[in-house]
Design a protein around this ligand. Structure first.
Ligand code: COA
Length: 155
């Protein structure tokens, strides 16, 4: 398996995986996520691909793209409350449901860590929805720690 950056002709396949994540979110948080994977969401991957602040990483297993991650460089200048923040955010992350528990996500994170270090970043960040306990189990196994929480109450 090779982990590398995506090519433009792989974006349609990446959208198949993006739809898996979208469907999972719709099922787990239907009060927030819209069902279907509409054209705007599908086309967004082309915007990401061309954005110099974003990168798409893929796992290529014998010519099949079986996982991907989207990296987004975030720079937040200092303000009266906070110091400057400059980090890589993992915006989207998925391994094809047919290829889970084969170590593919672990390999993606290793690649991302090495790339981030090479680029001079000292911190990776991501956010996830609380219902997604499988993702939490993976992220914790990969070494991420919770540093902030969102809470809600239905009234
Ligand atoms: C979360 C996800 C990326 C993990 O990918 P993966 O390639 O299956 O993960 P790995 O095989 O590298 O797992 C490494 C370790 O993480 C933990 N882990 C991974 N998936 C797990 C799960 N479903 N339940 C419990 N632990 C899990 C285990 O410790 C695992 O090691 P093991 O298989 O030796 O027990 C994958 O399940 C996925 O794409 N889910 C749907 C999309 C999603 O939720 N994306 C993230 C939020 S946007």
């Amino acid at each position: 398996m090779v982990i590398r950056f995506a090519k433009e002709d792989e974006l349609e396949r990446i959208n198949v995986l993006r739809k898996q994540v979208n469907d999972l979110h719709v099922e787990g948080k239907p009060d927030v996520f819209k069902p279907g994977f509409n054209e705007e969401l599908q086309n967004y991957v082309y915007y990401i691909f061309k954005d110099p602040e974003q990168k798409i990483v893929v796992a290529d297993k014998d010519g099949e793209i079986c996982g991907f991650a989207i990296l987004h460089h975030i720079y937040k200048p200092e303000n009266p409350f906070m110091k400057v923040r400059d980090f890589l955010d993992i915006d989207e992350f998925c391994v094809d449901e047919k290829h889970r528990r084969e170590g593919i996500a672990t390999a993606l994170v290793e690649f991302i860590k090495n790339f981030a270090k090479e680029q001079g970043y000292h911190r990776l960040e991501l956010n996830m929805w609380e219902f997604n306990q499988d993702a939490l189990a993976f992220y914790e196994a990969a070494g991420f720690e919770t540093f902030r929480r969102y809470m809600e109450m239905f009234i």
